[in-house]
Structure formats: structure tokens, C-alpha cells
Write a protein that binds this ligand. Sequence first.
Ligand code: GLA
Length: 389
Amino acid sequence: MEIKDLLKVFEEVYGKTDKKIRCFFSSGRVNLIGEHTDYNGGYVFPAALNVGTTILIRKRDDSKIRLYATDLKELVEADIENIDSYKSIKWGNYQLGVIKELMNSGYNVGGADMLFHDTVPHGAGLSSSAAIECATGIAIYSIFNEKPIDKVALSFICQRAENRFVGVNCGIMDQFASSLGKKDHAIFLNTRTMEYKYVPLKLGDYKIVVSNTNKKRSLASSKYNERREECEKGLKMLQKKLTISCLGELDRDTFEKYKNLIENETILKRVRHVVYENDRVLKSVEVLEKGNLVSFGKLMIDSHISLRDDYEVTGFELDTLFEEALEIDGVIGSRMTGAGFGGCTVSIVHKDAIDEFIKKVGENYYQKTSLKPDFYIFDIDDGAREIEI
Ligand code: GLA
């Protein structure tokens, strides 16, 4: 839907007034490498997509927040004086959580009417929730505060909303990528120090193809929290001899030297994934800066194997997409992206092989899983921003 169509819907739902309507956007993301490292103080390498959440917003004179989404077609009404009482509503809690965290951080907020239009596929592990959060954050902040928003602060506000209001114990990667994304660049972020730099994605004749398993991710959040706990246990065991504050501080050599401190086989595998994945992110940035896409592709493949065998977050559907992708000539790398347990893979595919990729991977995946996959070729775009109307 174009902005003019959204404006029409907005006025149908909320009526006309003489107050200004403004438009904001924030993106979904794909993580290129560095999975399950962000809550361990490790490195990540995500990029913002040209799909996300668009919001039209208009100030109100009272303290009411009204939310309406083009796909749900349902009006949710809340009051910022009483925001905690809306915690368990089915749709709207992400937005209200962000508004609450904006208030907690001392920013001005007030009543507003908001229209949401989402283009990130839901439940695909492409951070549709971070897109909603960051778009809500920048929209509400911008209409009630003068200074432009600090985008790093925005990402933390949105992460806290998800942790505290929604109850998902996620790391910072998704909100950071949604908020700070940059066109044609990936973000190399150290989640321990929060230092980051943009790395240009020079893909030449290659494209990033995202393949959706379309598998329902019912256990995702409990398994996610379980992995977090396993990493914490591993850290505690290592801290008996090592002075480290997170697994992200551990390099490969130190891990190999001290790994016998971890007596539990499962925990050892989880820690090994985090340490080696971190190393792969560093190597990825190095090879990509030299334009060596083939080496990057190999690191992606190693990442998937580690997530499959050591971290155990892939599952039959993601593994099938991964294996089928590697059968296609012109694919130089593939791996699961996001939390796992379903969701999507990301593959680097030669532009001339894309049709064959979609056909063959699609057919073979369907044959093996009875699920129809979806394929997307996204552009890498800017993150949270105002769109002039
Ligand atoms: C989800 C979380 C992120 C990150 C990834 C795994 O997307 O929201 O914080 O932990 O999983 O890398």
C-alpha cells in the first residue's frame, strides 16, 4: 500500500482533524552471521531490510493511544496513564511496551492515533516485532520531543519493551539493526562494548535470497530461553579459572585451553558454538572488506553446521533448506538466520541461478517436508526514519 492509500485508511478509521499526520518507518532484519552471540556479549552482523513497519501518527489532546493495523482491521484503545493494565492484550502490547519504556527513560509522550502497516512476513524470524517496536518508538518520540532521536537509545528502549512488557528475553541485535540499518551495508556490532561499524555489502553478481520454512515456531521462546541459561551455566564453569564477564570475551585458543572446566557435554557444545561463531563474524568482516565473497560463503556454511550440531537450534526444515540450497550451482553460502527452530535461511546466490534455486529448492523442500516455502529477494535499506508526506 502506498502512503496515499494509508492516509485514506487513517482518515476512515480516525476521521479528519486539523492536526498534522506524520509518517515513520522501521525495518525488519536479516542476520548474515553471528547467531546466538548477542546475549553472550559477542559479535553480530545483521542488515536492515526494505520491508518493515510503516506508521501514520497524529497527536491527540488526551492521554489515549489508539492503534489500528491494516491487516488486522481491529481498533485497540489504551490510556498511557494506566499502561500496565494492557500487558496481556493480544495485539498492541509491543507498541504499548515501547511507549512505557519511553516514559521510563524520561521522554515526553502523549496520546496519539496510529495506523500500522507491516510488510515483514510474520513469524519468519525476520524481526517483524523489532520493526513494530522501533517504528512505534521513533514515531511517538518524534511527535512529542524536539531533538532527533538517538538511535542507539531507541534500540535499547525497544529491547527493554520486549524483555519486560512482552516477556521475550531477546538480545539487542534485532532492535539495533532495525533502528540503525544503513542502505547497502551490514552492521558489524560488538554487543559487549556496543561499538559498531558499517560494512558495505558489495555483492556484484550475487543476491541475498531469504527462504522461509513456513514452519510454525511454537517452542521457539522457551527453547531460546533454555539456550540462554545453558550459556550462563557454561560461563559460570569457566569463571572458576578465568576472569571473563561473558562468553564473547573468550577467544578460540583460550576456550580450547580451558574447555575441560566444562564437564557437561551439552553445555560444552553450546559454548563452543558461541566461541567459534564469534570468530567467524570477525573473519567474515575481514574477508568481505577484501571483497572475498566465496570465503564469506564458506563461513556461513560452517555457521549453519555449528548451529545444527552444537547449538541444536535448526531442525529438519531449516536443515533441508540449507542442504537443498547447497545443491544448486551458483550458491556460495547458506545458513539459518535469526533464533532458529523454524524461520528462514539466508543464501548468497548468483543472479543467473535464482530461478533454478527457487524452483528446485522449492520442489525438493516440499517433497521432504510437505511445506511450501517462500522466497524473498530483499534490498538492504536504511533503518528507523521519518518519511515525508
Ligand atoms: C532472536 C533474538 C536476537 C538474537 C537471535 C539469535 O532474533 O531476538 O536477540 O539472539 O535470535 O541470534
